[in-house]
Write a protein of this length. Structure first.
Length: 142
């Protein structure tokens, strides 16, 4: 290998390392920023269907949950079903579906509770579930 080609290889390796470090720093910074960007009030609801084996009932519930995104005080929504993760004693996957709603403040969450879209969701879907558990959470400084 000539001195010139050795220098080229070293230069390329150094440039690659610097680029990876810079990219990693930006990724870490953006990850930290995105983790801190959630609105402070969280409304997390778990639903157990009366007919847990009914894909039709689950589809109706999920469709109803999607309508909640239309409420103006809802800043974010996550709708899901139990993940197929490792079974551990602390993991409860017995529910059928869950939704997480994000609000700027408690007043926004209170407005959501009486909003016509939420009331319609309850009227349309309450016959589908046998149990509902709600966790309302206020963020604390990390």
């Amino acid at each position: 290998m000539t001195d010139r080609s050795r220098r080229d290889v070293l230069f390329a390796a150094t440039a690659l390392a610097v680029g990876m470090t810079a990219t990693g720093s930006r990724a870490a910074a953006s990850t930290s920023a995105s983790k801190a960007s959630f609105p402070p009030v969280v409304h997390h609801v778990f639903f157990w269907l009366k007919n847990p084996d009914s894909s039709e009932d689950l589809a109706k519930l999920l469709a109803g949950l999607r309508t909640l995104a239309g409420i103006d005080t809802v800043r974010g929504i996550h709708i899901g079903v139990p993940a197929d993760t490792e079974q551990r004693g602390v993991v409860d996957g017995s529910y059928s579906a869950s939704e997480i709603l994000f609000f700027d403040d408690v007043a926004g969450q209170n407005a959501y509770q009486v909003h016509p879209i939420h009331k319609q969701f309850v009227a349309d879907c309450e016959h589908l579930w046998e149990r509902v558990v709600v966790y309302d959470v206020m963020a604390v400084t990390p």
